[in-house]
Design a protein around this ligand. Sequence first.
Ligand code: GLN
Length: 490
Amino acid sequence: MDIATATITDLADAIAHKRVSAREVTGACLDRAAKCEPALHAFLELFEREAMDQAGAIDERVARHEHPGPLAGVPIALKDNICLSWGRTTCGSRMLERYRSPYTATAAQRLIDAGAVVIGKTNMDEFAMGSSCENSAFGPTRNPWDLSRVPGGSSGGSAAAVAAGVVPGALGSDTGGSIRQPAGFCGVVGLKPTYGRVSRYGLVAYASSLDQIGPLTRSVRDAALLTQVMAGADAHDATSSQRAMPDLLAGLEEGVNRLNIGVPRIARSDSNHAAVNEAMARAAVALSDEGAVVREVDLPHAGHGIAAYYLVATAEASSNLARFDGVRYGRRAELGPGDGLDELYRRSRAEGLGPEVQRRIMLGTHALSSGYYDAYYNTALKVRRLIRRDFDAAFESCDALLLPASPGPAFRLGEKTSDPLALYLEDVYTVGVNLAGLPAVTLRAGAASLDGRELPVGVQLVGPAWREERLLRIARMLERALPPVAVAPV
Ligand code: GLN
């Protein structure tokens, strides 16, 4: 069994039936991490000892014929804004460089309870603000398909680790595309569940009305499996839904009859890279070969998504990040004689927070300030409602919408760092989904040949709220109809 290409489903089965031990699998993943990390820098911390201990405990349960759980011995990685009661939870920020969480996030705990082994915490844009991993205070992650390019962001470390064959699955968080865009750049599957499907308890908040934890994996089935294990109500998160989660795995292969797929007109843009338009066409053909009716639909307000997102997200961020004041949380600056409390706040935040985080706190504070609240924040909320209504209308006639994951394939490190707006435009196809609270999944549908290298190109399927089961069935139909996903050549 090649552990670097195996799926979660296969690994859990092999471990539970003693064809391979959990320690062997975890050891192989740690070896692969050691080999890839110097080039990739996907991880902020690796837990060699704890992971081998966790794996050993699984092997003992298997030896005692106890059921070791659906994720028995499967190594996973967590984005570093997901709290774990061991190691550090830095959010890619100097502010939390030494922060040790006293508790584990519900989503991570449910995976661990199901037998998963956490091998490490992955790199990310600081506080999940960014689309390239270049905003990490600890240096960028590189794309395993081309080390001169970014892996996407903000869950870039998780996407790169899965694509490079270090782990078969990882968790990310998605506020405006941070699971789906890096999944596209790295050629893996990434799912953002419906808002409220997965508990946010223990996810360090960026924009609480948009944030959602989700999986990055090598197959649609694995994304379904991780989501199934994580999802469901949690007393610690009042926004987690009480709705029962349908069985995501049982009917996954059955497909969907008389499928209607909508392609929003906004997706056919001349400013997309040619390879993105090719991948879209290929996915549309693959779906109609499966019997789907593919037709154009209109999302009239989609063009305002970026503006609304960057107001709502920064407004919420400015309030969420106020807790990092150097007193209760985070790095505390050294004070000189005579310096007061204001100086402590000012200096701690200036030293602890990077330029993009500071920019967003200022933008958000401005959008919420008296005199501007109605003009900016309230207007953005109204646009948000219109965007949600557009999706509702589209889903009256469509089972899912097909969109690019991003306008182009992975760009070069440094290519967009001098122009924050250029980077914000990367999110044109992803932010609407968060504003509307919908589930969406990215998978690889093509490749771009750039500088003599093959780069993956992803497409996105978006579904109605709470219909992950059908969305994943459609994604599985598409996955089956497209060429299989390879492991990146690190
Ligand atoms: N790229 C978007 C941003 O910078 C999305 C980030 C995210 O989903 N966490 O805000």
